[in-house]
Ligand binder design. Sequence first.
Ligand SMILES: C[S@@+](CC[C@H](N)C(=O)[O-])C[C@H]1O[C@@H](n2cnc3c(N)ncnc32)[C@H](O)[C@@H]1O
Length: 212
Amino acid sequence: MVGPEGNRRASPQTRRHRLRLPDSLRPDADLSFFLGQALKRPQSVSALAPSSARLAEAMASLVPAGSGPVVELGPGTGKITRQILAHGVAPRDLHLLEINDDFVTLLQERFPEVSVHACGAEAMAGLGLPPLRAVVSGLPLLSFPVPLQARILRAAFRQLAPGAPFIQYTYGPAVPVPPRLMKALRLRAIRRAVIWGNLPPAQVLTLHRHVA
Ligand SMILES: C[S@@+](CC[C@H](N)C(=O)[O-])C[C@H]1O[C@@H](n2cnc3c(N)ncnc32)[C@H](O)[C@@H]1O
């Protein structure tokens, strides 16, 4: 008979549940590849694991429906890329900008119909794209020096269609761009979600330019 405490013996299913890791840390080929790159280039990767599926979905869901190109900055192994495509963006409309050659090779293999550009985010203007529907950024903006943040945001807002969002996640509690730069570029931030299950927990926000 089961006592007042009930049957405390965990079934195999319960045990599996208790041991559940955040999905960004479940062992798979992406995790070890990403970790290898993070150890090789800690400055530019600035994370120990790729984004979780939840975080990637939250980012992709903020891309407005419609037409026009979408640029993803710092796609890494393509966790967010996959969700942007699942969200309905046509592969021909998606442009990935990545500075790490090992990630570039992987992305080209994984997404043969998507344009993969081996260049820094700050070179966005050189692509000659029509006004952008959205920029989705997996860049570690918080760890970038302010002049580099400024170059990237200037380039992005020069390319974005009026009112179009710059979608960003950050591991910090605040907006990852200092207030003086937000003001200089006439930007405002809208907090969209907090993904507690990501490792580390991440905040998703969109940046918009004030229109006079
Ligand atoms: C934190 S990882 C994010 C990877 C992926 N978006 C994800 O969420 O799993 C940052 C990525 O930005 C790339 N990166 C860093 N600086 C960059 C720059 N200036 N231009 C383009 N990509 C950059 C890194 O190589 C890396 O792939």
